[in-house]
Design a protein around this ligand. Structure first.
Ligand SMILES: [Zn+2]
Length: 105
């Protein structure tokens, strides 16, 4: 059953389905084997999987935010070109990495 489970949304660890093997119910709980995050216990173990697996996708930035991100990225690139007495490389890379995470090109 574990191959049907997505990885933990918190740590990316492998998740496993815990079923009521000793009892006579079909109940189940999904647990992350790395950080031990757990789903609710569901009367039917299939429902535990259905509750564990959905993921939301990050929303793309709005046009205004994208425009600001592009301007920041452009500024970062210009700073990198200036690169005079003071090295901006670390700051520029930090900004670029942050922007990429936020969805800027
Ligand atoms: Zn986890």
């Amino acid at each position: 059953m574990s191959e049907e489970l997505k990885k933990c949304p918190f740590c990316g660890g492998e998740a496993d389905l815990m079923t009521d093997e000793l009892g006579d119910s079909n109940s189940g709980t999904v647990m992350c084997m790395s950080c031990f995050a757990v789903s609710n216990t569901h009367d039917n173990w299939r429902d535990a999987i259905l509750a564990w697996n959905p993921r939301t996708e990050p929303k793309p930035p709005s046009a205004d935010v994208q425009e600001a991100l592009d301007a920041l990225l452009d500024m970062a690139n210009r700073l990198q070109l200036l690169d005079g007495a003071y090295s901006w490389d670390i700051e520029v890379e930090t900004i670029k990495t942050a922007l990429e995470r936020m969805g800027a090109e």
